[in-house]
Design a protein around this ligand. Structure first.
Ligand SMILES: O=C(O)CNC(=O)[C@H](CS)NC(=O)CCC(=O)C(=O)O
Length: 269
């Protein structure tokens, strides 16, 4: 593992595949020009619309999004995480899938979101992700990168389930990807706290790409894509506009924190 710059991209994705992919390309370009070598895109980066629209277009979204990720990783010579997009599993269900691609356009890791957001948020919005998404049944994978350290995958609502990240850190994860489309209502009180908790308790870096702003109808997301160090310090925060949070991931800092706070070695259960 070496020191390198990582980027967490922040977008306001809409129910418009072409437009979202064009915006994602601009932001990958921006991150690359600032020196990022490992780049994460948020959940629903290629399509954020109603469940009905998503299912109707799922085949096209899946095909074009996967092709896009491979093309971008090769064009910009970066390792790229697509933080969650639908891949059909039947005529009315998809997997909410995160995909990690290397600069040759090869797939490194794939994960199907396990925890589905079936929640009545107190602001009046109702989410029933399980209507259109089939939950994954396996814990997310890690990918041991020689250059970037051991990378662990997850998606959005997963961040509320610490046991998933325990599994990743137990497998050796050093950098946790937590791409999200957090609601504005829950995000204002929970997003930062949950991310810092996952970073601190696993002594891992967290790279958390995010959705921000108004997507359609009443669907509003929180923003604040961020990168957090293994001590829980926020190294970069994208605020509320589309853009990119960039920070240095340092193996010496990771080792220092793990020496100062060896809690991973003190686990009893
Ligand atoms: O709704 C869509 O259009 C697309 N789906 C999402 O954005 C996903 C599943 S509904 N959102 C979350 O998981 C939010 C979690 C969250 O906000 C929390 O845990 O508080």
């Amino acid at each position: 593992m070496k020191s390198y710059l990582a980027a967490a991209i922040q977008m306001t994705s809409k129910p418009d595949l072409e437009k979202n992919l064009a915006e994602a390309e601009d932001l990958i370009d921006l991150a690359k020009r600032q020196g990022a070598e490992l780049i994460g895109l948020p959940e629903n980066f290629s399509f954020l619309g109603t469940e009905t629209e998503k299912i109707a277009q799922a085949g096209a979204i899946a095909e074009q999004t996967e092709k896009f990720l491979k093309t971008m990783a090769q064009r910009f010579q970066v390792t790229l995480l697509g933080g969650g997009f639908p891949i059909p599993v039947s005529s009315d269900k998809v997997h909410n899938t995160a995909l990690l691609i290397d600069p040759n356009g090869e797939e490194l890791a794939r994960y199907h979101k396990v925890h589905l957001f079936d929640v009545n948020v107190p602001d009046g919005n109702t989410y029933q992700e399980s209507l259109t998404v089939q939950a994954g049944t396996e814990l997310p994978p890690i990918y041991k990168s020689e250059l970037f350290g051991c990378l662990g995958l997850s998606v959005c609502y997963d961040v509320r389930f610490p046991e998933l990240y325990r599994s990743l850190s137990q497998q050796g994860a050093e950098v946790l990807f937590i791409p999200a489309a957090f609601t504005a209502y829950t995000g204002k009180d929970h997003w930062k706290v949950l991310l810092q908790a996952r970073a601190i308790e696993n002594t891992c870096y967290c790279i958390a790409p995010a959705q921000t702003g108004c997507h359609y109808a009443r669907r509003k997301t929180h923003g604040h894509a961020m990168i957090i160090d293994p001590w829980g310090i926020i190294l970069a925060d994208a605020g509320e506009e589309p853009g990119v949070a960039i920070a240095e991931i340092r193996p010496d800092r990771l080792q220092q924190v793990r020496r100062q706070m060896p809690s991973l070695n003190h686990r009893v259960f």
